[in-house]
Design a protein around this ligand. Structure first.
Ligand code: NOJ
Ligand code: MG
Length: 530
């Protein structure tokens, strides 16, 4: 292929801003904190950072309820702090991707206050208002993703408004051209400041059925499932008209050089890939969450990679995600040993990887005492295990009381082992998870086969995965043991000498012969001919 673009060859690192670095002792991370830690990200080998929302917000959904799209919440700092952070990032060659939350605003956003003030307000139609059903109840059966009806009764104006998430997050009406124009200006505001791209929150939600038809029942629903699963989300999202909206967004992005759009999309593969858009005029990267959603099973992952590669539209660039602020930590899901194998998989697959802060130090699920729960979803539907706080705990930098994160009381607790599990300690340990991430990121950048080379799945058995990455003269084999037993794996082609490039065990002990490699339990290796 031609020279890859930055968002193709690069690695995205997600920062949850409340939890990265506090600079003022209030226990909450902020922009000055992020700026202070950019050197670390540069050292680690990230190419771009995506920062979850930093805009003024009542924080009903920790920032995904935006009250002003063109400013910074005081808890995170000011626009000056933002500009300083951005400038420093660019000095270090790091791109900056912001979170754009277009599906809904905060109920405290001036647009919604106006909209709700009267049926005749010019902004009434900026949100989704409906009359009650004939029996006086909600207009249809659409549920909130955080539990309960998606419709909130508004007594003063005698109508319901729709909210796919909290009632404090009313959905905008993206069928209204004035809404679109206003939101595109928001994009221009940040693009003009030098932002390199956006991760677009719940992009598949933007357009709903124009007839507001009831969603069909989900035959697989079980009573202890979260509420949202009771119905299949057929009419409330992923409507065909959404693609025209995304294409417009993309046009705005393309008014500026070298910028990009990521779409947050939880949909089955065949629906997901439609978000590249017709003639690739949609999102540059529709987030691919299959590694998050799949069981940690070699045969299933093998099939999934092949199906994904096959389903990509011509010219569509792949991407892979291992974790984010809404999902259980990878080390929790598959265990600390396999998390190393997962790191190698993420960083050797073809396409842009996104890694989640803290995964590089192997953060696991941090237990949250009941009186410190923040996540509104957990509060709405307690006991189902939907709470996201355990994956959002502060980054652990050093073996100090505040873990180098804060001089105050952190907004969420640290892990019990934070005195050992932190950047300062793990940097010194050449065998640590952090060292593994750094080695992998370095390799990914320096080896053309990994950065933008072709991908070919090779046959492997049992709990192993085997694939080849190839670019010109550069050829690598990746062999991963997803099992807890040793496994002897046949190497492809005529017997020839192979050399170890990297093992997840970060030693040289792997036994390699001309036609086979002996993988140790939970070991992944990268090999090259020679
Ligand atoms: C997806 C975000 O990632 C999640 O954190 C948030 O709660 C919802 N969208 C609503 O904005
Ligand atoms: Mg702070």
């Amino acid at each position: 292929m031609s020279e890859p673009l930055w968002w193709q060859s690069g690695v995205v690192y997600q920062i949850y801003p409340r939890s990265f670095q506090d600079s003022d002792g209030d226990g909450i991370g902020d922009l000055a904190g992020i700026r202070a830690r950019l050197d670390y990200l540069h050292w680690l080998g990230a190419d771009a950072i995506w920062i979850s929302p930093i805009y003024p917000s009542p924080m009903a959904d920790t920032g995904y309820d935006v009250a002003d799209y063109c400013a910074i919440d005081p808890v995170f700092g000011s626009l000056d702090d933002f500009d300083a952070m951005l400038a420093r990032a660019h000095d270090l060659g790091l791109r900056v991707i912001l979170d754009f939350v277009p599906n809904h605003t905060s109920d405290q956003h001036p647009w919604f206050r106006e909209s709700r003030s009267s049926r005749h307000n010019p902004k009434r139609d900026w949100y989704i208002w409906r009359d009650p059903a004939p029996d006086g109840g909600a207009p249809n059966n659409w549920r909130s993703n955080f539990g309960g009806s998606g419709w909130q009764w508004d007594e003063p104006t005698g109508q319901y408004y729709y909210h796919a998430f909290l009632k404090e997050q009313p959905d905008l009406n993206w069928r209204n051209p004035a809404v679109r124009a206003a939101m595109y200006d928001v994009l221009r505001f940040w693009l003009g400041r030098g932002v390199d791209g956006f991760r677009v929150d719940v992009i598949w939600h933007l357009i709903k059925d124009d007839e507001f038809r009831d969603n069909p029942a989900n035959p697989d629903y079980r009573p202890d499932d979260p509420d949202i699963r009771e119905f299949l989300q057929v009419w409330s999202c992923d409507r065909p008209e959404v693609h025209a909206v995304i294409a417009e967004m993309r046009e705005v992005i393309d008014e500026y050089a070298d910028r990009m759009l990521i779409g947050e999309i939880y949909l089955p593969l065949e629906r997901l890939v439609t978000y590249y858009g017709e003639n690739l005029a949609g999102a540059h990267l529709p987030f691919n969450f299959q590694l998050i959603e799949s069981d940690w099973n070699a045969r299933r992952i093998h099939r999934m990679i092949r199906e994904y590669e096959a389903a990509l539209p011509a010219g569509g660039w792949p991407n892979w995600v291992l974790g984010n602020h809404d999902q259980p930590r990878i080390a929790r899901r598959i265990g600390a040993d396999q998390a190393r194998v997962a790191a190698m998989l993420l960083l050797t697959l073809r396409g842009t990887p996104t890694l989640y802060y803290g995964d590089e130090i192997g953060l696991e699920r941090v237990p949250i005492p009941p009186d410190r729960v923040h996540d509104p979803w957990e509060k709405n539907e307690p006991g189902l295990g939907v709470g996201r706080d355990p994956s959002r705990t502060p980054m652990q930098w050093e073996a100090a009381d505040g873990a180098g994160f804060t001089t105050g009381r952190p907004w969420l607790p640290f892990s019990g082992d934070h005195r050992e599990r932190n950047v300062a300690v793990m940097r010194q340990d050449p065998g640590s998870m952090l060292s593994l991430y750094r080695r992998l990121l370095d390799l990914r950048r320096s080896r053309a086969a990994l950065t933008a080379g072709s991908y070919r799945t090779l046959e492997a058995e049992g709990h192993t995965l085997l694939f080849e990455r190839h670019d010109g003269d550069d050829e690598l084999i990746v062999a991963l043991n997803l099992g807890r037993e040793p496994h002897r794996l046949a190497l492809p082609g005529e017997p020839r000498p192979w050399k170890l490039v990297l093992s997840t065990h970060l030693d040289e002990a792997t036994r390699i012969e001309r036609h086979q490699v002996d993988l140790r339990p939970n070991e992944g290796v990268i090999l090259q001919p020679g």
